[in-house]
Design a binder for this molecule. Sequence first.
Ligand code: P6P
Length: 285
Amino acid sequence: MLYSIIDALQKSAVCVDGLLKKCDFDYLESTNITGDNQLGVDVEANNIFKEVLLGLDSVKGICSEEEDEAIYKKDSNGMYLVAFDPLDGSSIVSSNLSVGSIFGIYNEDFSAKNLIASGYIIYGPRLEMVIAQDSVNHYIYNNEEWRNIGSLILNDKGKINSPGGTQKNWSTKHKILIESLFLEGYRLRYSGGMVPDLHNLLCKGGGLFSYPSTSDAPNGKLRALFEVFPFAFIFEKAGGEAVGSIGDNLSLCRILDLEIDSIHQSLPCFFGSKYEIDRVKLAHK
Ligand code: P6P
């Protein structure tokens, strides 16, 4: 049953990739409910995923970063709900950097405990897709077909440090943590695109990606349902960990144990290999 969703996402990915290759990247007058500026391609990509997913019998509802509310089909016998960010990284697409789409497949309801599969599409020099269920499978689109090129597995310790957020607004604890990793020889890899930045960690064996609570964004920036939960699921299935916090309780815990109050809620989040996540837990105690 999940196959129909994966197949639909793979077909949609080819359409969105085509859009990016020919689209102009002008901002629309509109913004989404989170206040993000919208490119025409954001809206077009959203319409592609929304139409394709709601057209599946196995899907009973969706929610999107570009939609104010979740959309539920009337009288559907479908088992699954899909949350997605149709095009993440609008702010860097005009610089011709890689961007992506992120999705989470839930059963019952849009809660982390009901997340049963997740993945992302990366629109880069190659069109690729990663899907996590029991393991993390890596696909490449070549000669008009998708091919599984293997699994992505994280080492217990990595070499990459990918720190998000405005540095002058980091807490002192976070500044010390990030600096300590650089002093140990970690390499800075940060493009401002969640999908390529996390894909890089997964492909290079690990390290740390962080988007902490900052003075200008106390609840972080990345959205739980369509960005953070899907990547937390992927990192755990790849042998890593993902921790975060919700609301005023800044003590870090496993992201997939967290509960959210609204579909557009953001949260501070850390994804990485086990060694680096242990360092985060220690530093943010
Ligand atoms: P900052 C892109 O706009 C995005 O939502 C994610 O893809 C990315 O990880 C983050 O914002 C970058 O935010 O504040 O570091 O520029």
